[in-house]
Design a protein around this ligand. Structure first.
Ligand SMILES: Cc1cc2nc3c(=O)[nH]c(=O)nc-3n(C[C@H](O)[C@H](O)[C@H](O)COP(=O)(O)OP(=O)(O)OC[C@H]3O[C@@H](n4cnc5c(N)ncnc54)[C@H](O)[C@@H]3O)c2cc1C
Ligand SMILES: NC(=O)c1ccc[n+]([C@@H]2O[C@H](COP(=O)([O-])OP(=O)(O)OC[C@H]3O[C@@H](n4cnc5c(N)ncnc54)[C@H](OP(=O)(O)O)[C@@H]3O)[C@@H](O)[C@H]2O)c1
Length: 428
């Protein structure tokens, strides 16, 4: 990449303009790192922009201490670097972060940290993307120069900001003004240590809600978990084998609806009926639900046992909060000390990407898997197929191959192209 010019655009302060010869990747999570590594192998340089001050900020800053990968490691590794052999089947968060740090080091990926992308727009006139960032550095160390905004100009834009970029925080009557106890989102929760002896309402029963409730129990807190609709809970392992792996294997032979039926029979054999504990299953099977609505089944690592024993109390949807208490839709009132909102996450793509053909309003590509990785005019998306890390790895490989092919063509006509781009930039 090289610096082109300083100019005053519609940004409030000085904007630096940078021409990038390869793609710009937005996000240095596992997806962005995977694309950068695969591009490196193709000899394509790139710029990775990251709003946080580290790689994999979701994992480093927005997850709890006890977190482990919930799929076997072979389904979570990024392209071109397997997990170390001595890692357990389900690596811990710490191990996963160390793997990612090694990954970035091995492929010499050096993201531009503390740069948050504010907008990205395709300039039809020049056939180039204009990506604007502001510095996220705060505090006294932020000098006038490192606060400056930057405009990156590039031919290819890779969106790698993740399915979980922002927290979902529901508005519930009385929560912000009357309740008066501690309220956090699951992404701020680190450990149950701070909640010892406290009555905690966990709102949401996805993988986060279940695992935080379990962690609270393990620290002698008293969790109540809100289950407002239905949820599929599957054991993480069935007959000593990963349920996910079993499902993947069955899907190569059998139709989805039949695999769903088999999974539910196996879950019933392991758990028995869950309706006695206030948990209803959706009418659609777990894999069909995941494919059609993106709703992830819970892979249980022990919470269900604590629900059965009464250590985790299951409660219905919330009506409203009062000072130190919550009322549910069935009229029951429960006194509580704290609230943890395990209410999920959302994509932030619509807030910065000025494009509506490939991405929909919910921040996910409109085309389903396996065609959700490539848009028009050099736009790509990685990690938006609700298939976790294995989905991201597969997108990354395809994106790098695609850009790699064009890169080779482009470098053949390098002289002509460069001259043309320079002419375009001078018009900005
Ligand atoms: C608690 C939790 C546990 C999970 N466990 C698993 C698991 O075990 N297995 C699995 O396969 N998946 C799991 N997932 C799913 C998870 O989404 C993936 O593992 C993985 O983190 C996705 O990588 P990503 O790079 O696409 O997104 P992220 O890891 O979210 O990375 C996106 C990056 O983009 C940056 N960014 C966002 N917006 C901007 C912007 N405007 N400008 C610049 N940078 C920006 C973010 O700061 C972030 O660093 C889990 C998710 C959560 C929340
Ligand atoms: N160990 C792991 O690897 C691990 C751990 C945690 C998370 N994850 C992953 O991280 C991603 C996010 O999981 P998540 O559990 O944080 O989010 P999620 O799966 O989106 O679950 C959100 C939960 O919040 C509930 N909810 C939302 N608004 C509510 C409201 N106003 N009142 C009551 N309930 C409300 C939802 O209920 P409804 O269903 O009724 O909408 C749902 O139960 C998933 O991909 C998950 O697999 C993985």
């Amino acid at each position: 990449m090289f610096h082109v010019s300083d100019h005053h655009g519609d940004f409030s302060s000085r904007t630096r303009c940078v021409w990038v010869t390869g793609p710009v990747i937005v996000g240095a999570g596992p997806s962005g790192l995977a694309v950068a590594a695969c591009l490196k192998e193709q000899g394509v340089p790139c710029v990775v922009l990251e709003r946080a001050d580290c790689i994999a900020s979701l994992w480093q800053k927005r997850t709890y201490d006890r977190l482990k990968l919930h799929l076997p490691k072979k389904f979570c590794q990024l392209p071109k670097l397997p997990f170390p052999e001595d890692f357990p089947e389900y690596p811990s968060k710490k191990q996963f972060i160390s793997y990612l740090e090694n990954y970035a080091k091995k492929f010499d990926i050096n993201p531009q940290f503390n740069e948050s992308v504010q907008s990205a727009k395709y300039d039809e006139t020049c056939g180039l993307w204009r990506v604007r960032t502001t510095s996220t550095t705060t505090g006294s160390s932020a000098t006038a120069s490192n606060r400056a905004e930057v405009e990156y100009i590039c031919q290819w834009l890779v969106v790698a900001t993740g399915e979980n970029a922002e927290n979902v925080v529901p508005e519930i009557e009385g929560l912000s003004h009357e309740f008066a106890g501690q309220i956090i989102h699951a992404c701020e929760y680190k450990s149950g240590e701070d909640y010892r002896g406290k009555r905690v309402l966990v709102v949401g029963c996805g993988n986060s809600g279940m695992e935080l409730s379990l962690d609270l129990c393990n620290h002698n807190a008293f969790p109540s978990m809100v289950v407002r609709s239905s949820v599929h809970i599957l054991p993480r392992e069935i007959f000593g084998r990963s349920t996910f792996e079993l499902a993947v294997m069955l899907m190569t032979w059998l139709p989805l609806w039949l695999v769903d039926k088999l999974l539910l029979i196996m879950a019933w054999l392991v758990f028995g009926s869950m309706s006695n504990y206030g948990i209803q299953r959706p009418s659609m099977g777990p894999l069909t639900l995941k494919n059609t609505q993106g709703k992830t089944p819970v892979l249980d690592i022990g919470a269900l046992e604590r629900i059965k024993s009464g250590d985790i109390k299951v409660v219905p949807a919330i009506k409203r909060f009062f000072k130190g208490a919550v009322q549910f839709v069935n009229g029951e009132v429960l006194e509580i000390d704290s609230v943890v909102l395990a209410t999920g996450y959302r994509s932030n793509v619509p807030s910065w990407l000025q494009e509506t053909e490939f991405f929909s309003k919910n921040g996910f590509p409109k085309t389903p898997f396996p065609n959700a990785w490539k848009g028009k005019s050099g736009l790509y998306a990685v990690g938006f197929t609700r298939r976790g890390l294995s989905g991201a790895a597969s997108d990354a490989t395809k994106i790098a191959e695609d850009i790699g092919k064009m890169w080779k063509e482009e470098t053949k006509q390098k002289k002509t192209t460069k001259a043309c781009h320079r002419r375009c930039i001078s018009q900005f």
